[in-house]
Design a protein around this ligand. Structure first.
Ligand code: AMP
Length: 177
């Protein structure tokens, strides 16, 4: 991806101070989603890291990870699996509790969403402390699927979330702040 494109993506993300609570600088990606060209470039950039591999499923994390993950899945010729906040999935689930940059949370995945040996990529909009992605990694690994790696649109490098993803394959981020 060209430095120009990366710079356009970077400068289109809107910083919202003190959301959802004081001290958090929220990276608002909706201006990127609203731009037809930038949306496509963001998805292509995230998918590129896995384009030469056979991917069976992309797992996306509630809620902005659904957008990036499902579009990546379509691009990679893979299916999409949601990891959702507790209580939202209708079928039998397995779940995990974890801590977030601003609070704690619990995520679930349908217990039959991934089959052992399936090739899986994890996707989310943003890697902060890595708590959310780390929980999703454990859910994927418990299912017996083969996690190829993960793709984030944004990584907050100063929070070192990728240290929580050690041993789960390469961690790709399009933009690092
Ligand atoms: P974490 O578990 O700390 O890595 O947090 C990652 C999740 O929280 C992602 O799904 C993000 O959507 C969201 N998130 C955390 N921090 C921010 C932030 N500063 N700006 C936007 N989203 C964030």
């Amino acid at each position: 991806m060209s430095p120009d494109t990366l710079e356009r993506l970077r400068s289109t993300i809107r910083d919202v101070p003190d959301f959802p609570q004081p001290g958090i600088l929220f990276k608002d990606i909706t201006p990127v989603l609203a731009d037809a060209v930038l949306l496509r470039q963001a998805i292509e950039g995230m998918a590129a890291a896995f384009a030469d591999q056979k991917v069976d499923k992309v797992v996306g994390i509630d809620a902005r990870g659904f957008i990036f993950g499902a579009l990546m899945a379509a691009r990679l010729g893979a299916g999409f699996v949601p990891v959702r906040k507790k209580g939202k999935l209708p079928w039998r689930t397995r779940g995990l509790d974890y801590t977030l940059e601003y609070g704690s949370n619990s995520v679930e995945m349908h217990e039959d969403a991934l089959a052992p040996g399936e090739k899986v990529v994890l996707a989310d909009d943003l890697l902060a402390t890595g708590g959310t992605a780390g929980a999703a990694v454990r859910l994927i690994q418990e299912s017996g699927a083969d996690l190829l790696g993960s793709a984030f649109f944004i990584e907050l490098g100063f929070l070192d979330g990728r240290s929580k993803l050690a041993g789960s394959g390469p961690v790709h981020a399009l933009l690092t702040f």
